[in-house]
Design a protein around this ligand. Sequence first.
Ligand SMILES: C[S@@+](CC[C@H](N)C(=O)[O-])C[C@H]1O[C@@H](n2cnc3c(N)ncnc32)[C@H](O)[C@@H]1O
Length: 293
Amino acid sequence: MSETTKVGIINYKNKLRMKNYIQAPLPFQGQKRRFLNEFKEALKGFKCAPMFVDLFGGSGLLAHTVKQMYPDADVVYNDFDDYHLRIANIERTNALLAQFRIILQDAPVDKVISKEGKERILKAIKQEEKLSGYVDYVTISSSLLFSMKYVMNYDDMAKQTMYNVVRINPYEPANDYLLGVEVVKMDYRQLFDRWKHIPGVVFLVDPPYLSTDCTTYSNYWKLANYLDVLQVLKGTSYFYFTSNKSNIIELTDWIEKNLGGENPFSGATKKEVNARMNHNAGYVDIMLYKRQK
Ligand SMILES: C[S@@+](CC[C@H](N)C(=O)[O-])C[C@H]1O[C@@H](n2cnc3c(N)ncnc32)[C@H](O)[C@@H]1O
């Protein structure tokens, strides 16, 4: 696990100039954008909470949304994947994408990129990495690889078949996205231990999905890891996110009914949103929340 790192609070002086994002500024697999309306609605019941801690921050979209709604609350965002660095490098990423557009100006859209085109693109990436020391592989993946496929480094990129799916417009700068939010990076258990005794704190708990593709996350989650997370729900105020694919609710119900175990979701409110992958496959995203009196 990574070392405890306090990245810092992104200062905000003028609340009125903060833009309200309805999706993360850069691609992020698993961001909760489809749940934002339900999340905002449910947040209305947490008006007096002094602090929100996003244990599995991902793209920071939930932390951003809370800060927008409650600017005076303390909001901590656990940026396990260094998403804030991707945001800070948007200009650099746009410059690289602009180079791709020039290289591919005569290449057919949505089609496989020729060997020569791929070599030129790889050269541009290598050069950028050498010059600036930073390449946002996740973002450029979404302009070069087939739908939802991501790589995290140059060697993996070089192995891929590339497609001309380069985004037409540059990404908008997003310097205001994390304003006022405290950015930290550590294992969620460490973060939870740090804040669990604070009265009124609300934990946002959106762990990596079980049995979905987690290639862009920093590590891989097994069932035991997934079950461990339930411990942070004991006696706390929380928002917990899962999907019907994980069967976690069925499992906790069964344990309660048949083994008399404690169910961390008892008394929680449940909301569901249908997610469609293609026209004959889908799943249900689930949000459960509970406020301790
Ligand atoms: C489902 S995503 C969260 C998505 C986020 N709610 C959003 O809207 O973008 C889960 C996140 O947990 C991170 N993660 C994985 N292991 C972790 C750990 N041990 N502690 C904290 N975060 C972890 C992953 O890297 C990933 O960013």
